[in-house]
Ligand binder design. Structure first.
Ligand SMILES: NC(=O)c1ccc[n+]([C@@H]2O[C@H](COP(=O)([O-])OP(=O)(O)OC[C@H]3O[C@@H](n4cnc5c(N)ncnc54)[C@H](O)[C@@H]3O)[C@@H](O)[C@H]2O)c1
Ligand SMILES: [Zn+2]
Ligand SMILES: [Zn+2]
Length: 367
């Protein structure tokens, strides 16, 4: 079987993979399309420590090939989006609508593959850069056959993460203002969810000037090229305290919500500095372990600013994936427009290069 394996220092496109049969609670999925998320690149450069060998990819969609003896919710032939949360379904978090806080959903590694005859683990409980993968029943979410796989796959991470951060975690209200740092696969979904939430001003920030057109297409009302201008100053100029006044950093003025979709301490600090009184920054990007951000606590405590983390859009996959599909089919959520290029597995390196060069909304692999 073909797939992309993390070998410890690089990614290798290989045909030396084998996958196990599904256990009683598992589903075997024939992957049709898979998006390349920055978190896959973060494994390769060591930002996200992961053990090798393992099969990469965690944003995928495909067709159910086989199911274990106790699986009831899907059957062979169903189209599914794969969620990365192998949540248990029985703990307090799962049963209060917070599967992203299920302790079983983090760091659970299984070994459904062999690579050259040796055991190989999965990544993010998904491993969708392979012709077939094995997931828990709870992770295979059936979708309408009307959604093309190349668009559906993106729901599995970038869409749930970005849209969910706005709808589930921040719960942005009509008329509020926002800044989005990083116009990649995640950031664009934050932007379009802010549009759906009727945010009044949506300021997109990226260090690649060419991202402006994409940002505006998805709903940004303003764009700041952070390679040329001080993003915080620009945001405070675009969203001043009053029509005539521009307040200094951390005075009044600035946005109600800011989202770090980059994963760098300086970006998260800028996201805090761009906040109005009462505003909240949401940390989505994932920097190397141990990264810290510093902020004058008075600038939070005196004026009700906040800082939140957000994993996987605080999503509830069996609610949110069908919701994304419904919004897409109603013409309200852009998925096709997120796919800048489509390549076979062998084109992984080109997608990575184009991602680093800032050319993509998302690159998608087809199997
Ligand atoms: N919290 C979660 O559950 C979760 C889920 C998915 C991805 N992530 C993380 O989110 C981040 C973004 O992922 P992605 O797939 O959208 O990445 P991406 O590579 O598609 O996009 C990143 C964007 O950030 C821009 N950028 C880089 N440095 C910048 C800076 N200093 N200021 C402004 N913009 C800058 C790049 O030009 C690019 O447009 C990654 O860190 C990824 O690991 C987190
Ligand atoms: Zn991801
Ligand atoms: Zn649980």
């Amino acid at each position: 079987m073909r797939g992309i394996v993390y070998t410890g220092d690089d990614a290798e496109v290989t045909d030396k993979l084998e996958v196990a049969d599904p256990g009683p609670t598992e589903v075997k999925v024939k992957i049709v399309a898979a998006g390349v998320c920055h978190s896959d690149l973060s494994v390769l450069d060591g930002t996200i420590p992961w053990k090798a060998p393992s099969v990469l990819g965690h944003e995928g969609a495909g067709v159910v090939e086989a199911v274990g003896s106790s699986v009831r919710s899907v059957k062979p032939g169903d189209h599914v989006v794969i969620a990365t949360l192998a949540s248990c379904g029985t703990c307090r978090a799962c049963n209060t609508g917070h599967p992203t806080m299920c302790i079983r959903s983090l760091g659970n590694v299984s070994t459904p593959f062999t690579y050259g005859g040796e055991p190989a683990s999965n990544f993010a409980a998904a491993s969708v850069f392979a012709e077939y993968t094995i997931v828990q029943e709870v992770q295979a979410v059936r979708i309408s056959k009307d959604v093309p796989f190349t668009s559906a796959c993106l729901i599995g991470c970038g869409v749930l993460t970005g849209v969910g951060s706005v709808l589930n975690r921040a719960r942005v209200r009509p008329g509020e203002t926002a800044a989005v740092f990083g116009v990649g696969g995640v950031g664009l979904n934050v932007i379009q969810a802010l549009r759906l939430s009727a945010a009044s001003r949506i300021v997109a920030v990226d260090t690649v000037a060419a991202k402006e057109a994409l940002a505006r297409q998805f709903g940004a009302t303003h764009f700041v090229d952070a390679s040329q201008a001080d993003a915080v100053e620009e945001i405070r100029r675009i969203v001043p305290h009053g029509p005539q006044s521009t307040a200094r950093a951390l005075g009044p003025g600035g946005v109600t919500w800011s989202f770090d979709c980059v994963g760098h301490p300086a970006v998260l600090r800028a996201a805090v500095d761009a906040l109005d009184w009462g505003g909240t920054a949401v940390a989505i990007g994932v920097p190397p372990r141990g990264s810290e951000v510093s902020v004058d606590i008075n600038n939070l405590a005196y004026v009700d600013r906040g800082l939140l983390g957000c994993r996987y859009g605080a999503s509830r996959p069996h609610h949110d994936i069908p919701l994304m599909v419904e919004l897409y089919l109603a013409g309200k959520l852009m998925l096709d427009e997120l796919v800048t290029e489509t390549r076979p597995l062998e084109g992984f390196r080109e997608i990575v290069e184009d991602m680093h060069a800032g050319k993509l909304a998302r690159g998608v692999l087809t199997l």
